[in-house]
Design a protein around this ligand. Structure first.
Ligand code: ADP
Length: 226
């Protein structure tokens, strides 16, 4: 569960990025967040991964109240939430396999478990054959699949996909959306941000529209109307 209750973010330069934004996302939902550039989407995502703190308002994710979480628990929180970005953020000098396994190594997962988990997740995202390729040797769609595998391998309850198709052609974009839907069917909550009207309208899923830091629309089967 993700709960934002009247959350306001005012940056030090006095920009109001979010203004009393409230939303409630249930476990296992697939939600798309849309809004013009500058509407506040990135700020919202940074709040969820605790890279930003609200000026006022309340945030609860799962059973974690962001007001009372202590520093030691932030890594635990970040494990619950996987994030993928438009620009993939892969390590160029590691192979597909190593990019994914590294995410487990840094969380202290044992080697035997890594050897079990990584091939499984690469199979899920359709990358078994490219496991030993470097990011420069695979397509944009495959890079995004690698990033998704890396986010998923820690078994997050929530996957945030921030403009995951922004750098991809239509065919690869749809493949990534299909993959997100599959991940969602397996029980992971998916929060997607996108500017792609065609995708939003075809998804027929919940759409939350943000405008100037406010939630202006929240529809069960939403459309992209900016
Ligand atoms: P979006 O992701 O929807 O494009 P953002 O959350 O990035 O929107 O930005 C919301 C508003 O906050 C914009 O006016 C933007 O210029 C401003 N903003 C974003 N980050 C900062 C920052 N670190 N400092 C000051 N203003 C910021």
């Amino acid at each position: 569960m993700i709960l934002l209750d009247r959350v306001t973010v005012i940056y030090p330069n006095k920009t109001v990025a979010l203004s009393g934004a409230s939303l409630h996302i249930q476990p296992k939902e697939f939600v798309t967040i849309v809004g013009a550039s500058g509407a506040g989407k990135s700020t919202l995502i940074r709040l969820l991964i605790k890279e930003e703190v609200p000026t006022s308002g309340k945030i609860i994710v799962g059973s974690i109240d962001y007001d009372t979480i202590d520093k030691a628990n932030i890594p635990h929180l970040r494990r619950k939430i996987g994030v993928v970005f438009q620009d993939f953020k892969l390590l160029p000098n590691l192979t597909v396999y190593e990019n994914v396994s590294f995410a487990l190594e840094v969380s202290g997962v044992k080697n035997a478990e890594i050897k079990r988990a990584v091939p499984k997740i690469l199979q899920l995202v359709g990358l078994s054959e490219k496991a030993h390729h470097y990011p420069s040797e695979i397509s944009g769609g495959e890079r995004q699949r690698t990033a998704i595998a890396r986010a998923l391998v820690r078994n997050p309850k929530i996957l945030i996909a921030d403009e995951p198709t922004g750098n991809l052609d239509p065919k690869n974009s749809w493949d990534i959306i299909e993959l997100l839907l599959k991940i969602n069917r397996f029980g992971t909550t998916v929060v997607l941000t996108t500017h792609n009207k065609e995708i939003v309208d075809a998804l027929k899923k919940r759409v939350i529209t943000i405008n100037r830091g406010r939630v202006v629309k929240d529809e069960k089967v939403g459309k992209y109307t900016l």
